[in-house]
Design a protein. Structure first.
Length: 181
């Protein structure tokens, strides 16, 4: 008799769905959270890349000839455009930081050497003016341009994983050829 009840109990699957759901739902929840947070990171990366492109584009445009010189430099225009793009996307521009290590680009002037970040316009966005855009030794014409580079923090929230509440730094960089009037 005991054997018959044990056999029926083994064939009964009424609670199997509940047990399977209890085993699978936490895993599915973690996968959905991961998709959400990686999507957020991808969105922020696209936004900061766009901000760097806007900054490089604004810094490469011809400058106003009738404006005061201090208020209308390529570096200042690049910084203001990048900051405005971050604000428009609801990102805090004060969270942006200089890239680490700072970019090392060749100067486009006749002398050799590298260009350093212009710290006069921003403490958090690296603007390099007068950078070489092509390699003259490879047949390029040695075009001059501007480069905008910064990094922005992102913090994941994935409980029970190694990336939970870890801050990662995403770097955005863009270059544009200097335009003439």
């Amino acid at each position: 008799m005991f054997y018959r009840h044990l056999k029926e109990f083994g064939r009964d699957t009424r609670a199997a769905e509940i047990a399977e759901a209890a085993a699978v739902l936490p895993l599915m929840f973690m996968i959905l959270l991961g998709i959400f947070w990686f999507g957020q990171a991808f969105s922020i990366y696209g936004t900061i890349t766009r901000a760097a492109q806007e900054g490089a584009r604004a810094g490469a445009a011809p400058q106003c000839s009738t404006c005061p010189a201090a208020a209308n430099t390529a570096s200042q225009n690049a910084f203001q455009a990048a900051e405005a793009a971050l604000v428009a996307a609801n990102l805090d521009p004060t969270n942006a930081q200089y890239p680490s290590p700072p970019p090392s680009l060749n100067a486009c002037t006749t002398g050799t050497g590298t260009v350093s970040c212009d710290g006069s316009t921003s403490a958090n966005i690296c603007v390099l003016t007068g950078v070489q855009m092509s390699n003259p030794s490879l047949g390029g014409t040695g075009l001059c341009g501007i480069s905008v580079t910064f990094r922005y923090p992102f913090q994941f929230w994935l409980p029970f994983t190694s990336v939970n509440q870890q801050q990662i730094w995403m770097t955005a960089s863009a270059q544009a050829r200097m335009e003439t009037e």
